[in-house]
Ligand binder design. Sequence first.
Ligand code: SAH
Length: 210
Amino acid sequence: MTSQRARNRLVDLLRDMGIDSEQVLEVIRTIPRHLFVDEALGSRAYENTALPIGYGQTISQPYTVALMTSLLLDSGSMKKVLEIGSGCGYQAAVLSHFSGRVFSVERIKGLFVKTENRLKQLKYTNVRMKYGNGFSGWVANGEYDAILVAAAPVDVPEQLLSQLAIGGRLVIPIGIAGHQKLRLFTRNASGVAEQLIDDVSFVPLLDGVQ
Ligand code: SAH
């Protein structure tokens, strides 16, 4: 079901689960999530679940997308946002509604090509993608007001922290499968503050490219 009714139901569920940013809920209501997955899965696109997108990867669960986006929005202005792990581009599309420019890095060539085309077709003109290993971020466009990592390393990559602007926030799942925690790092003039958010389940952040 890809109808407005299915989308409204998803938004109601996210609100019940504690997402209280009406801005984020409205964007989730608007974005056609069914166009980010294979046609055969379209009917499940407005369920609150991760779905396969090929190459052993998944589109993140809507609740997780909403939660991570809300955490970053709390920092105020998001002129420049970096995403590590573009996947199918859904999270980047959500971020594009809140930021001047979104930069997104993907390490799987096939996904990179497909997603870059999809975002162009859907006219997300303020998203730029790069094929590469996101452990090192995207130095050329830094510093960023917000960084979102959509796959889990075992430790926070220092290179990502160093690409945060003062006042900027990094939201990232950390840990091995089954034991991951979502963490929020905020850079301020004197250093970096860390906050534990919740238990989560992400694919691993992998080194190198494929
Ligand atoms: N935000 C995505 C979620 C994708 S799943 C969406 O909305 O669909 C996580 C993605 O991270 C996968 O596509 C995986 O290939 C990618 N990934 C894993 N390790 C990476 C790395 N080191 N650099 C860039 N991308 C990486």
